[in-house]
Design a protein around this ligand. Structure first.
Ligand code: ZN
Length: 244
């Protein structure tokens, strides 16, 4: 029975990542870990988070923040706060972190899933946040299902013959992946944006075709003080308390 822990948008928030890992481990074992991009950016501990993800042997794809840290996309594409955090991140990454980030593909395939940060059509930037965009992405999906992040909001889009249907899973909810194509987004570990500051993750059960979604409290102030100490923008510090 293959169980896969889905982590996305960790955003260098080690306190949130550790809380998620403890919660997930307490909930049962998992065979694989997938990191759906943006393990870094915004938060204060990029090297520590990369080391942790690497240590888990995760299948890790790159997101826009990894691409920015490697200067593969222009920092000008970011809003001023994200840009300032991206510049700080790029300046503190160790050579080990840089080579790990360089090794991340933009797309991977495993267990009937395509694994991307944004979308199958544009893994770096596109947000899969509405039915129309999901429909437009179906021709680019060469696997049955898709695991993606980037929106920072937990969601499943069920796509088949008709218009894709959005499911917004509640904490603890198990969603059946019972459509021809499902797009599973676990939400963000390190910077949730649905008004709930608790860290997000999901566990896929490949054989039973289900995904369970979870929320976990973590010491937000710990991350916030570290952000303050290194001079990250106050807007980014404040948003963690509100989960927005
Ligand atoms: Zn992100």
């Amino acid at each position: 029975m293959t169980k896969i822990l889905l982590l996305s948008d960790i955003h260098a928030n080690l306190a949130a990542l550790e809380a998620v890992l403890s919660h997930a481990e307490a909930g049962g074992s998992f065979d694989e870990v997938w990191s759906l991009g943006d393990a870094i950016g915004y938060g204060p501990q990029p090297n520590e988070c990369l080391e942790r993800v690497r240590g888990l042997g995760a299948l890790a794809v790159a997101g826009n923040h990894e691409q920015a840290a490697l200067r593969r996309i222009s920092m000008g594409e970011f809003n001023p706060y994200a840009r300032s955090a991206a510049q700080w991140t790029a300046s503190v990454l160790t050579p080990d972190s840089v080579s790990y980030v360089e090794s991340m593909p933009l797309k991977a395939r495993s267990n009937s899933f395509m694994v991307v940060h944004g979308s199958p059509r544009d893994p770096v930037w596109e947000y899969l946040s509405d039915s129309r965009t999901v429909s437009e992405n179906l021709p680019y999906l060469d696997t049955q299902h898709c695991a993606n992040g980037h929106t920072h909001i937990p969601a499943v889009f069920k796509a088949g013959e008709s218009r894709p249907v959005l499911v917004r899973p509640a904490d603890g909810e198990q969603v059946a992946l019972d459509s021809e194509h499902c797009f599973v987004n676990p939400g963000s570990v390190g910077q949730p944006r649905d008004g709930n500051p608790q860290a997000c993750y999901a566990v896929l059960d490949v054989e039973n075709a289900t995904a369970v979604f979870c929320r976990v409290s973590y010491p937000v102030e710990e991350t916030q003080s570290l952000m303050e100490a290194v001079g990250l923008p106050s807007v980014l510090i404040a948003r963690l308390s509100r989960g927005f």
